[in-house]
Design a protein around this ligand. Structure first.
Ligand code: AGP
Length: 607
């Protein structure tokens, strides 16, 4: 998704802006640009990576102690310099960068053109620049305030003007903005990760708030133009979090971080003496927990797959009916929801537009909402009634790996927590906690499959289609394995319940269509083995992820990846690693951009 960084202070703005923007590269984009104020507006834009922008600026830096910059993920208008941000308003009286979508830009554009404003791009964002310019008299903030009510849609935006040097204005409606507070310098960004190393204190803007920044002071205005004292947070992010270290890609680094991440997700939350788990932020007491008679989980992508595993976990250990809904569907479906139903949003970024909207819609109807989220201060983290942080650390790779593991770990703890307020016995709770505590080391052991997976990737990386098959706890993992492959290798892949093959998809099977079977020991092992043999009987190559002592799979499958033997409810955590590594190595062999796959963004903040 698009990234925004703004600066005003006593230092040259350009290097700070470019450094902050580089921290947002992982979010995915297709062009970038930068504007500074130094008596007049200086502007430079470039299609492609930030490196292209840097090349244009080499030897010709833009002067000025304040400025804004942007990475664009195209929504309106093609990928070209003209459509890159910043956009100028009027004859260069203002420069604006914008995240979000202005839905009424077409009529506004026609009105502004009728007033004589000349557009240079096909974007919706340029409308904002000319609209602010059309109100610009002797107060930049007032011009912004007059423009905003005419915009329909979403925005996170930053504005500078050569007529008002040193002033940086930000405004938020539906797309995140965070203010970084420095010593005689202020920062503005769409994501706190851009501020690591620059600011130690941050303020997260809420919807319909405006921030007015100068080197010496910061001010937050609400919709009524009244100032107030928002909560100031410590920024718990350090540049080291984003270092690649010895790894070739962030995705690989984050795959290897999973044992530690799992440990951090559990840390401080196990109550061994009571054989249960505790969370600091659920904001639900035991009585309220007992009243819950239905849970709807809503999420997107990999987080949706984690939710599907959470359905199994909570229904198994807490006996509470759970439904899982794609957020993009749930937000518009308006299902009947009883008062003792809670809505749980699962998200890494905490900014996914559909998940945020689904939770807001639920709150609007009086439902209690919870969020499982990885980013402190994110919109979802701040808007739900209670929640649990994943503590996975910044996830840079677009393909989610360690956040997924943390989500499944937290969902397991949540299932125990709910179960122990109802039917789950002390002994059962104690056993689960004991098995969970062993998992970081079991994941370390699982990572030893790496070389085997890399060798198998060599054999299958030219496939055009792949099938992923599993049952029960491992059906969501079939979906997740397929998504990992799709999103970084661009190979078409589909996940199915293994038994579903007979109802049509088996027509796809031929010698060029490998099937990945998730077949560790378990209650439906024999059924999955039958499905595996059905594929083999039709000439389909089979890659099996199975337990090391399974001679039958060795005899039947073309290739086998061994994983440790764990209880079924923990198998998703184990099989996730070979599935992630398989996608990684196939993508590597295909020369794909592992950490920034084409067309994708790390956080989808537009619907
Ligand atoms: C996962 O590998 C994808 N990058 C994507 O599906 C992601 O899980 C989805 O966009 C949801 O993001 P969130 O967890 O930040 O809400």
């Amino acid at each position: 998704m698009c990234g925004i960084v703004g600066y005003t202070g006593n230092r040259e703005a350009q290097p700070i802006l470019l450094e902050g923007l580089a921290r947002l590269e992982y979010r995915g984009y297709d062009s970038s640009g930068l504007a500074t104020v130094n008596g007049k507006l200086y502007l430079k834009k470039a299609v492609g990576r930030i490196a292209q922008l840097r090349n244009l600026l080499n030897g010709h830096p833009l002067a000025g102690n304040s400025g804004i910059c942007h990475t664009r993920w195209a929504t309106h208008g093609g990928v070209n310099d003209a459509n890159a941000h910043p956009h100028l308003g009027g004859n260069g009286e203002v420069a604006v960068v914008h995240n979000g979508v202005i839905e009424n830009y077409d009529i506004l554009k026609r009105q502004l053109e009728a007033q004589g404003f000349q557009f240079k791009s096909q974007t919706d964002s340029e409308v904002i620049a000319h609209l602010i310019a059309s109100y610009l008299e002797n107060d930049l903030v007032q011009a912004v305030r007059k423009a905003l009510p005419r915009l329909k849609g979403t925005y996170g935006l930053a504005v500078v003007s050569p007529r008002f040097p040193g002033i940086l204005v930000g405004a938020r409606l539906g797309s995140p903005l965070v203010v970084g507070i420095g010593d005689n310098e202020m920062f503005l960004a769409s994501d706190a990760s851009a501020l690591g190393g620059f600011a130690k204190r941050v303020v997260y803007l809420e919807d319909r708030q405006i921030c007015v920044l100068t080197p010496e002071r910061w001010e937050i205005l609400d919709a009524d133009n009244a100032t107030f004292d928002p909560e100031v947070h410590a920024l718990d992010w350090q540049p080291a979090d984003q270092e690649l270290g010895t790894f070739a890609h962030y995705m690989l680094k984050e795959i290897y971080e999973q044992p530690e991440v799992l440990g951090r997700a559990l840390a401080g939350r196990l109550d061994i003496g009571e054989a249960t788990a505790h969370f600091g932020g659920l904001n639900l007491d035991a009585q309220e927990l007992r009243q819950i008679d239905r849970i709807i989980m809503t999420a997107c992508g990999t987080s949706y797959h984690a939710a599907l595993i959470g359905e199994h976990l909570i229904e198994q250990f807490a006996r509470i009916p759970v439904e899982v809904e794609y957020a993009s569907e749930f937000r518009y479906r308006n299902p009947p929801v009883e008062k003792n139903t809670i809505i749980v949003g699962i998200t890494q970024s905490g900014e996914t537009a559909d998940t945020l909207a689904a939770l807001r819609e639920s709150k609007r109807k009086g439902q209690r909402t919870l969020g499982l989220c990885n980013v402190v201060g994110s919109s979802i983290a701040r808007e739900v009634d209670g929640g649990v942080f994943l503590h996975a650390g910044p996830e840079i790779g677009v393909a989610s790996t360690k956040a997924f593991t943390a989500q499944v770990a937290v969902l397991t703890l949540l299932a125990v927590h709910l179960g122990r307020t109802r039917h789950l016995s002390y002994q059962a709770g104690a056993r689960i906690l004991d098995e969970l505590q062993a998992m970081p080391d079991i994941l370390r052991e699982t990572l030893r499959c790496h070389d085997r997976v890399a060798a198998i990737a060599q054999k299958y990386h030219q496939a055009s289609n792949m099938l992923y098959l599993g049952r029960q706890y491992l059906f969501p993992m079939a979906l997740e394995g397929a998504l990992k492959l799709k999103e970084i290798s661009y190979i078409h892949a589909e996940g199915y319940p293994a038994a579903e093959m007979k109802h049509g998809p088996i027509a796809l099977v031929d010698e060029n269509t490998p099937s990945v079977f998730l077949i560790p020991h378990g209650s439906v092992y024999d059924k999955v083995m039958s499905n595996l043999e059905e594929i083999k009987a039709r000439g389909g190559p089979v890659i099996a992820i199975a337990c090391a002592d399974d001679g039958l799979v060795e005899a039947k499958a073309d290739d086998v990846i061994h994983v440790p033997n764990v209880p079924e409810y923990l198998q998703p955590l184990v099989v996730a690693i070979p599935l992630q590594l398989l996608a990684y190595h196939i993508a590597l062999l295909r020369g794909c951009d592992i950490d920034k796959p084409r067309n994708l963004a790390k956080s989808v903040t537009v619907e």
